[in-house]
Design a binder for this molecule. Structure first.
Ligand code: XIL
Length: 368
C-alpha cells in the first residue's frame, strides 16, 4: 500500500484546518481546531508526524493497521496528517451506522461516510464498514415498526447501504454485539424480539447479495479470550457456517484495560478455534484504559505499552488475523472518556506525540 508522500504530509502540517483532504471540502459542521496544549502532555515526546509509520511495519507483516475515525475531524490538519501517515485501514466510528444514515425513514444521508471513504482513497487506505445491524444505533422509527415491516426495513437498509459502498469497503461488520454482555445467550435486542434469532443469518445473506466482494464479519466485545461469551460467539458462527450462511470472519473488539485484559494465550487459543472453522479474525476496536494502574504517569504508560505490544503480537502471529484496528488513535478524541471516565487509551497523546503504546504496536508489527 502506498504511503502518503512527504510533500502531501508537509502540506497538511503547514495548513492545519485548511481544505486539504477531499472530505474537508464537502463535510458538515464546524472546522475542528487543535486542542490547547496542557503542560503535562507537552513533555518531550516525538511528534506523531516524525516517527516511523506504523503502516510500513504492518505491511511488512502483511497486516492491516486501522483506526476508527470521526469525519468532522478529517479537516484538522494534525489529525489527518498523523492518521494518513500511520494507518492503512479506516473505520467510521459512527457515520456508517443506521441511525447516522437514516434517522428519518426513507431519507438516507451518506455524505459523512462518503467523506471517510474519499479520505481513505486519497491516502491509499482500505475501509471497513461498521456496522450494518447493531442494537446501539437503531433509528427510533425502526424500533417502533411491527415485525413484518421491520423485516423489510432491515433488508432494505442492508441492501441500500452495502450497495452504496460497494467497491469502496473491503469488509463489513454485518452484525455487531448480538450476544448478551455476560454471554448467557443471544442479546434480547429489538431485532431478536421482533424477527427471531433468524435475523442474524438473514443479515449476512442480505449483505452478501448486496456486495458479493466484501468480507462479512460478526463483531463483538468481551469474547476476545476463552470464556463463556466467546463460547457463545463460537457456537453462533459455527452454526452459521454449518447452515451455509455467508460469513467470513469474526472481529474481537478488545476494549481492555491494563488491569482487566484477556491473556495472550487465551486470545490466541480463541482465534485459533475460530480460524479452524475457516474464518478470518481481527482485532477490531482496540483501546487500553490505564487509569487503574497504580503509580505515576510513566508507570501507567509503560504498562499500556506492554499490553498493546503483547496483544498486537497475538494477531501478528496468527496468519488468519487480518489486522488490528484501534478505536481512535489520539487521546484527544476517544469514546472512552465519555463511557468510562477520563483516560488516555490510545497510541498518540493529546498533542499527537507518540506514546510508549505506539512503540509497543510498532514492535509487535515488526515482530520484535
Ligand atoms: C461507539 C462510538 O465510539 C461512539 O462515538 C458512538 O456514539 C457510539 O458507538 N462497540 C462498537 C462501536 O461496536 O460501534 C462503539 O462505538 C463502541 C463499542
Amino acid at each position: 500500500m502506498r504511503a502518503p508522500s512527504i510533500r502531501r504530509l508537509a502540506l497538511r502540517l503547514v495548513l492545519p484546518g485548511v481544505c486539504i483532504a477531499i472530505v474537508a471540502c464537502g463535510g458538515r459542521g464546524q472546522p475542528v481546531g487543535p486542542a490547547a496544549p496542557s503542560p503535562a502532555a507537552t513533555a518531550a515526546r516525538p511528534a506523531g508526524m516524525e516517527v516511523e509509520p506504523l503502516r510500513t511495519a504492518a505491511q511488512a507483516s502483511q497486516k492491516l493497521i486501522g483506526a476508527a475515525v470521526t469525519s468532522a475531524l478529517l479537516r484538522d490538519g494534525r489529525y489527518a496528517g498523523v492518521l494518513g501517515r500511520h494507518f492503512n485501514y479506516l473505520t467510521a466510528e459512527y457515520e456508517m451506522k443506521w441511525d447516522a444514515i437514516e434517522r428519518t425513514r426513507g431519507v438516507r444521508d451518506f455524505s459523512a461516510g462518503d467523506g471517510i471513504t474519499a479520505f481513505a482513497q486519497g491516502n491509499g487506505m482500505q475501509v471497513k464498514g461498521h456496522a450494518l445491524i447493531w442494537h446501539g444505533s437503531v433509528p427510533g422509527w425502526v424500533a417502533a415498526l411491527p415485525a413484518a415491516e421491520m423485516r423489510a426495513a432491515v433488508e432494505t437498509h442492508i441492501r441500500s447501504v452495502a450497495e452504496h459502498y460497494r467497491g469502496r469497503v473491503r469488509a463489513w461488520d454485518v452484525v455487531n454485539e448480538a450476544i448478551a454482555s455476560d454471554g448467557a445467550g443471544l442479546r434480547d435486542s429489538v431485532f431478536r424480539q421482533k424477527l427471531g434469532d433468524q435475523y442474524i443469518a438473514d443479515a449476512f445473506r442480505a449483505a452478501r447479495q448486496a456486495d458479493p466482494q466484501a468480507l462479512l464479519f460478526y463483531n463483538d466485545y468481551g469474547g476476545e479470550g476463552l470464556n463463556q461469551k466467546s463460547d457463545r460467539i463460537y457456537d453462533l458462527v459455527a452454526g452459521l457456517k454449518a447452515q451455509g450462511v455467508p460469513i467470513d470472519g469474526v472481529g474481537l473488539q478488545m476494549h481492555v484495560s491494563t488491569g482487566a485484559r484477556p491473556g495472550d494465550a487465551s486470545i490466541a487459543a480463541n482465534m485459533s478455534r475460530l480460524t479452524s472453522l475457516g474464518l478470518l479474525v481481527n482485532i477490531s476496536e482496540m483501546d487500553v484504559r490505564v487509569r487503574d494502574v497504580p503509580g505515576d504517569l510513566a508507570a501507567r504508560l509503560e504498562a499500556q505499552r506492554a499490553v498493546y505490544r503483547s496483544i498486537a503480537a497475538v494477531c501478528v502471529a496468527e496468519s488468519r488475523c487480518d489486522g488490528i484496528t484501534l478505536w481512535g488513535f489520539t487521546d484527544a478524541h476517544s469514546w472512552i472518556d465519555a463511557q468510562f471516565g477520563a483516560d488516555d487509551p490510545l497510541l498518540f497523546d493529546e498533542q499527537y506525540g507518540a506514546k510508549p503504546a505506539y512503540y509497543g504496536v510498532l514492535d509487535a508489527l515488526w515482530r520484535r
